[in-house]
Design a protein around this ligand. Structure first.
Ligand code: ADP
Length: 163
């Protein structure tokens, strides 16, 4: 059984994330999408909301589960008996951070591989922060996020009283 963990903030889930999840689910027997409870950047959505958005976006993927974690990623991956970490790569700007993270994780846990999936050309410009910005200004995010995420963005905008 080959298990992989796909960690991220998912604040919120975008179609770029979903594309990585779907493709990874064809490469591994089981994918655990792991929501980082307390990411470095203060998230817009609570971890419960971020998990709920993911769960609502992946019902068609039988071998995908959504969980959350705190603390060291490699410890979590070991605990789950996974062999790999999946990450997505967009522009060159992602590379430095991802490279550093992959090598640091390998130093701590040489038995765990980081597997990078190149973004689809449709999503190469797409990020959660871009989506939040567009939604916050009342722009149309359809095509950028899975359907269920749209409602969360709308609610968040109403709560903030943005126009
Ligand atoms: P993090 O805060 O850990 O970077 P994100 O939710 O922003 O969490 O991203 C999780 C992973 O998904 C990262 O590896 C990121 O590069 C990847 N990712 C984000 N957006 C896209 C996209 N549009 N296409 C492919 N991969 C993406």
């Amino acid at each position: 059984m080959k298990i992989a963990v796909y960690p991220g903030s998912f604040d919120p889930t975008t179609n770029g994330h979903l594309d990585v999840i779907e493709r990874a689910s064809r490469l591994f027997d089981r994918i655990i999408v792991a929501v980082i409870k307390n990411p470095e950047k203060t998230p817009r959505f609570s971890f419960k909301e971020r998990m709920a958005m993911l769960e609502a976006s992946v019902p068609h993927c039988d071998n995908v589960e959504v969980e959350s974690f705190d603390g060291l990623l490699v410890e979590y991956v070991r605990q789950k008996k996974a062999c790999a970490v999946v990450r997505g790569l967009r522009a060159v700007s992602d590379f430095d951070y991802e490279f550093q993270m992959a090598l640091t994780n390998r130093r701590m846990a040489p038995e765990i591989e980081t597997v990078f999936l190149m973004t689809d050309y449709r999503y190469s410009y797409l990020s959660s922060s871009f989506v939040k910005q567009i939604a916050g200004l009342g722009g149309d995010v359809s095509g950028l996020v899975p359907g269920p995420v749209t409602a969360y963005l709308k609610r968040s905008r109403q709560k903030k009283g943005e126009r």
